[in-house]
Design a binder for this molecule. Structure first.
Ligand code: UDP
Length: 238
């Protein structure tokens, strides 16, 4: 593992931002995550964050409400923009410049995503917060994270979860579940380990981008994962 990662994508689910709440945003959680991201950037790593929207809305919920999937996914993508704006503010509040970029153009709220704009901000030391996933329905922000990691030539995806890595089974349901220290993309796909969706895994695998799966609820866990400390699972090509 390199001593320092040059450029990384951090994937945060929307749920990660709601803290102990049942939906929406929690200020203390936002500021804790923002300060961890700011510390990672201050240590010299270029940080792109891809944020989900599940704390507000997931497209799959649309069916129960009589909303077509494609339209419901549009609502889901809008939810990711709300989170990106909140996170941009929280990171700014830590004294670290941040820019939200949206795959769905809404220029009065934030800059539309382009690869050039993202690379420009990263080179200036700004954290970019990427909203809208890939910008199309029927995708997820996990796939968005893998896509952005590939197109921005990132050397790592940090996938934040509520457990400290990838297990043989769900550790909350199966006490005999064992945590992997390390495994390959191919093993993760073959074992159907549902830590990211298959499209995201396939994209990371095809582009040889390693993934670190870690527990975001541990304070300082983003920096710890980048430094190779703390408990996590490292997924690599071989
Ligand atoms: N979404 C989409 N296209 C994308 C990314 C997201 O349509 O490229 C929609 C989809 O409806 C999804 C919602 O946005 O359910 C929120 O994203 P996601 O479920 O990935 O958020 P997370 O679970 O990470 O909070």
């Amino acid at each position: 593992m390199p001593a320092a990662w040059k450029r990384v994508v951090v994937k945060l689910s929307g749920e990660a931002l709601m803290g102990a709440g049942t939906h929406g945003l929690e200020a203390a959680t936002l500021s804790r995550i923002a300060s961890d991201l700011a510390n990672a950037a201050a240590a010299g790593t270029e940080v792109a964050v891809v944020v989900g929207g599940g704390n507000f809305f997931r497209g799959i919920e649309g069916a129960d409400k009589g909303i077509d999937r494609a339209r419901a996914d549009s609502i889901g993508m809008l939810a990711t923009v709300m989170n990106a704006l909140a996170l941009e503010q929280a990171i700014d509040n830590c004294g670290q410049p941040a820019r939200a970029l949206s795959a769905i153009a809404m220029p009065s709220l934030c800059q539309p995503y382009s690869r050039q704009a993202a690379l420009h901000h990263l080179a200036k030391g700004r954290i970019v917060v990427l909203a809208g996933g890939v910008g199309h329905p029927f995708f997820t922000t996990d796939t968005g994270a893998a896509l952005r990691a590939a197109e921005l030539s990132c050397d790592l995806i940090l996938k934040a979860t509520k457990v400290d890595g990838i297990y043989t089974a769900d550790p909350k349901k199966d006490p005999s579940a064992r945590r992997f220290e390390r495994l390959t993309h191919a093993e993760a796909i073959a074992r159907n380990l549902a830590v990211m969706d298959t499209a995201a895994f396939a994209l990371a695998s095809e582009n040889g981008i390693p993934i670190i799966v870690f527990d975001l609820r541990e304070p300082g866990s983003i920096s710890a994962a980048l430094n190779g400390t703390g408990r996590h699972t490292l997924v690599t090509a071989a």
